[in-house]
Design a protein around this ligand. Structure first.
Ligand code: APR
Length: 174
Protein backbone atom coordinates (compact mmCIF):
# COMPACT_ATOMS: atom_id res chain seq x y z
CA UNK A 1 0.00 0.00 0.00
CA UNK A 2 1.42 3.38 -1.00
CA UNK A 3 2.17 6.02 1.59
CA UNK A 4 0.13 9.16 0.94
CA UNK A 5 1.50 12.55 1.95
CA UNK A 6 0.68 16.21 1.52
CA UNK A 7 3.42 18.79 0.94
CA UNK A 8 3.39 22.53 0.33
CA UNK A 9 5.47 23.41 -2.71
CA UNK A 10 6.10 23.57 -6.41
CA UNK A 11 5.38 20.38 -8.30
CA UNK A 12 8.30 21.02 -10.65
CA UNK A 13 10.69 20.65 -7.67
CA UNK A 14 9.63 17.20 -6.50
CA UNK A 15 11.99 14.24 -6.38
CA UNK A 16 9.53 11.65 -7.69
CA UNK A 17 9.37 9.29 -10.67
CA UNK A 18 6.24 10.83 -12.23
CA UNK A 19 4.37 14.11 -11.94
CA UNK A 20 0.77 14.63 -12.90
CA UNK A 21 -0.19 17.78 -14.76
CA UNK A 22 -3.62 19.43 -14.82
CA UNK A 23 -3.77 19.77 -18.58
CA UNK A 24 -6.33 20.89 -21.10
CA UNK A 25 -7.64 18.46 -23.70
CA UNK A 26 -5.08 19.46 -26.36
CA UNK A 27 -2.10 18.44 -24.17
CA UNK A 28 -0.15 21.24 -25.85
CA UNK A 29 0.41 23.14 -22.61
CA UNK A 30 -1.40 25.97 -20.88
CA UNK A 31 -1.10 28.19 -17.83
CA UNK A 32 -1.05 27.39 -14.11
CA UNK A 33 0.59 24.15 -13.06
CA UNK A 34 0.58 22.86 -16.63
CA UNK A 35 2.51 25.92 -17.79
CA UNK A 36 5.05 25.43 -15.00
CA UNK A 37 5.54 21.77 -15.91
CA UNK A 38 5.87 22.54 -19.61
CA UNK A 39 8.44 25.26 -18.91
CA UNK A 40 10.45 22.91 -16.72
CA UNK A 41 10.21 19.96 -19.11
CA UNK A 42 11.02 21.99 -22.22
CA UNK A 43 9.40 22.19 -25.65
CA UNK A 44 9.63 18.47 -26.32
CA UNK A 45 6.78 18.00 -23.84
CA UNK A 46 4.28 19.84 -26.04
CA UNK A 47 5.45 17.88 -29.07
CA UNK A 48 4.95 14.62 -27.18
CA UNK A 49 1.55 15.85 -25.96
CA UNK A 50 0.52 16.50 -29.55
CA UNK A 51 1.34 12.89 -30.40
CA UNK A 52 -0.68 11.30 -27.61
CA UNK A 53 -3.49 13.88 -27.35
CA UNK A 54 -6.19 14.93 -27.25
CA UNK A 55 -7.26 13.65 -23.84
CA UNK A 56 -10.84 13.68 -22.57
CA UNK A 57 -11.75 14.96 -19.09
CA UNK A 58 -11.20 12.24 -16.50
CA UNK A 59 -8.68 10.36 -18.65
CA UNK A 60 -4.88 10.25 -18.30
CA UNK A 61 -1.99 9.70 -20.70
CA UNK A 62 1.76 9.65 -20.18
CA UNK A 63 4.76 11.12 -21.94
CA UNK A 64 8.43 11.32 -21.01
CA UNK A 65 9.32 14.20 -18.66
CA UNK A 66 12.28 15.38 -20.79
CA UNK A 67 14.15 18.22 -19.02
CA UNK A 68 12.25 17.66 -15.77
CA UNK A 69 14.68 14.81 -15.01
CA UNK A 70 15.12 12.98 -12.66
CA UNK A 71 11.35 12.83 -13.03
CA UNK A 72 10.79 10.19 -15.74
CA UNK A 73 7.19 10.72 -16.79
CA UNK A 74 4.57 13.42 -16.99
CA UNK A 75 1.08 12.03 -16.61
CA UNK A 76 -1.36 14.41 -18.29
CA UNK A 77 -4.89 14.42 -16.99
CA UNK A 78 -7.76 16.78 -17.75
CA UNK A 79 -9.99 17.88 -14.92
CA UNK A 80 -13.63 18.89 -15.14
CA UNK A 81 -14.56 22.51 -15.72
CA UNK A 82 -16.69 23.36 -12.67
CA UNK A 83 -20.22 24.42 -13.59
CA UNK A 84 -22.50 23.90 -10.58
CA UNK A 85 -21.64 20.45 -9.22
CA UNK A 86 -24.52 18.79 -11.06
CA UNK A 87 -22.53 18.02 -14.19
CA UNK A 88 -20.59 14.99 -12.99
CA UNK A 89 -17.69 17.17 -11.90
CA UNK A 90 -16.81 15.13 -8.78
CA UNK A 91 -16.90 11.82 -10.65
CA UNK A 92 -14.67 13.19 -13.41
CA UNK A 93 -12.22 14.61 -10.87
CA UNK A 94 -12.05 11.28 -9.01
CA UNK A 95 -11.40 9.58 -12.33
CA UNK A 96 -8.43 11.90 -12.98
CA UNK A 97 -6.73 10.70 -9.80
CA UNK A 98 -7.63 7.06 -10.31
CA UNK A 99 -6.62 6.88 -13.99
CA UNK A 100 -3.36 8.67 -13.26
CA UNK A 101 -2.55 6.22 -10.46
CA UNK A 102 -3.33 3.19 -12.59
CA UNK A 103 -1.17 4.59 -15.37
CA UNK A 104 1.68 5.24 -12.92
CA UNK A 105 1.44 1.62 -11.84
CA UNK A 106 1.49 0.44 -15.46
CA UNK A 107 4.61 2.55 -16.08
CA UNK A 108 6.32 0.77 -13.21
CA UNK A 109 7.13 3.92 -11.24
CA UNK A 110 7.42 3.96 -7.45
CA UNK A 111 6.38 7.54 -6.68
CA UNK A 112 3.98 10.07 -8.16
CA UNK A 113 3.13 13.69 -7.32
CA UNK A 114 -0.24 15.32 -7.98
CA UNK A 115 -1.25 18.98 -8.04
CA UNK A 116 -4.73 20.02 -6.87
CA UNK A 117 -6.32 19.20 -10.21
CA UNK A 118 -9.09 21.53 -11.45
CA UNK A 119 -8.89 23.94 -8.49
CA UNK A 120 -7.39 26.84 -10.48
CA UNK A 121 -8.60 27.88 -13.92
CA UNK A 122 -11.24 25.16 -13.96
CA UNK A 123 -12.86 26.56 -10.81
CA UNK A 124 -13.53 23.40 -8.78
CA UNK A 125 -14.16 24.43 -5.14
CA UNK A 126 -11.03 23.71 -3.10
CA UNK A 127 -12.72 22.00 -0.16
CA UNK A 128 -14.73 19.54 -2.23
CA UNK A 129 -11.72 18.96 -4.49
CA UNK A 130 -9.66 17.96 -1.46
CA UNK A 131 -12.34 15.47 -0.36
CA UNK A 132 -12.51 13.97 -3.82
CA UNK A 133 -8.72 13.77 -4.10
CA UNK A 134 -8.28 12.12 -0.71
CA UNK A 135 -11.04 9.59 -1.30
CA UNK A 136 -9.90 8.81 -4.84
CA UNK A 137 -6.26 8.15 -3.98
CA UNK A 138 -7.33 5.79 -1.22
CA UNK A 139 -9.93 4.04 -3.37
CA UNK A 140 -7.66 1.82 -5.44
CA UNK A 141 -4.76 -0.23 -4.13
CA UNK A 142 -1.78 0.45 -6.39
CA UNK A 143 1.75 -0.93 -6.38
CA UNK A 144 3.48 2.36 -5.60
CA UNK A 145 5.60 3.43 -2.64
CA UNK A 146 4.53 7.07 -2.49
CA UNK A 147 1.62 9.25 -3.57
CA UNK A 148 2.40 12.91 -2.88
CA UNK A 149 -0.29 15.58 -3.03
CA UNK A 150 1.43 18.91 -3.72
CA UNK A 151 -0.42 22.00 -2.52
CA UNK A 152 0.66 25.36 -3.90
CA UNK A 153 -0.86 27.33 -1.01
CA UNK A 154 -1.39 26.77 2.68
CA UNK A 155 -5.18 26.58 2.51
CA UNK A 156 -5.02 23.76 -0.02
CA UNK A 157 -2.42 21.99 2.11
CA UNK A 158 -4.67 22.23 5.17
CA UNK A 159 -7.76 21.07 3.28
CA UNK A 160 -5.92 18.07 1.83
CA UNK A 161 -4.41 17.15 5.19
CA UNK A 162 -7.83 17.25 6.86
CA UNK A 163 -9.52 15.32 4.06
CA UNK A 164 -6.86 12.60 4.15
CA UNK A 165 -7.22 12.26 7.90
CA UNK A 166 -10.99 11.88 7.53
CA UNK A 167 -10.74 9.38 4.71
CA UNK A 168 -8.32 7.21 6.71
CA UNK A 169 -10.94 6.68 9.42
CA UNK A 170 -13.81 5.96 7.06
CA UNK A 171 -14.81 2.41 6.34
CA UNK A 172 -16.62 1.21 3.21
CA UNK A 173 -20.35 1.26 3.81
CA UNK A 174 -20.10 3.51 6.84
N1 APR B 1 3.04 23.48 -8.36
C1 APR B 1 1.96 22.97 -7.73
N2 APR B 1 0.72 23.45 -7.87
C2 APR B 1 0.55 24.51 -8.70
C3 APR B 1 1.62 25.10 -9.40
C4 APR B 1 2.91 24.55 -9.21
N3 APR B 1 3.99 25.04 -9.81
N4 APR B 1 1.12 26.12 -10.13
C5 APR B 1 -0.20 26.18 -9.90
N5 APR B 1 -0.55 25.21 -9.02
C6 APR B 1 -1.87 24.88 -8.48
C7 APR B 1 -2.90 26.00 -8.44
O1 APR B 1 -2.69 26.80 -7.28
C8 APR B 1 -4.19 25.20 -8.36
O2 APR B 1 -4.47 24.86 -6.99
O3 APR B 1 -2.46 23.93 -9.33
C9 APR B 1 -3.86 23.91 -9.10
C10 APR B 1 -4.61 23.71 -10.40
O4 APR B 1 -4.71 24.96 -11.09
P1 APR B 1 -4.57 25.11 -12.67
O5 APR B 1 -3.14 24.97 -13.06
O6 APR B 1 -5.27 26.35 -13.07
O7 APR B 1 -5.33 23.80 -13.26
P2 APR B 1 -6.92 23.53 -13.54
O8 APR B 1 -7.78 24.27 -12.58
O9 APR B 1 -7.03 22.04 -13.62
O10 APR B 1 -7.16 24.17 -14.96
C11 APR B 1 -6.64 23.54 -16.10
O11 APR B 1 -5.53 25.50 -16.80
O12 APR B 1 -3.67 26.36 -17.76
C12 APR B 1 -4.58 25.53 -17.88
O13 APR B 1 -3.84 24.02 -19.59
C13 APR B 1 -4.52 24.12 -18.37
O14 APR B 1 -6.51 24.74 -19.53
C14 APR B 1 -6.00 23.96 -18.46
C15 APR B 1 -6.50 24.56 -17.18
Amino acid sequence: MAAIEVVLGDITRQDVDAVVTAANESLLGGGGVDGAIHRAAGPRLAAAGAEVGPCAPGEAVATPAFDLAPVRYVIHTVGPVWEDGDHDEARVLASCYQRALLLAEELGVRSVAFPAIATGTYGFPAELAAEVAATAVRSIPVELDLIRLVAFDERTRDLLTAALARSSTERPGS
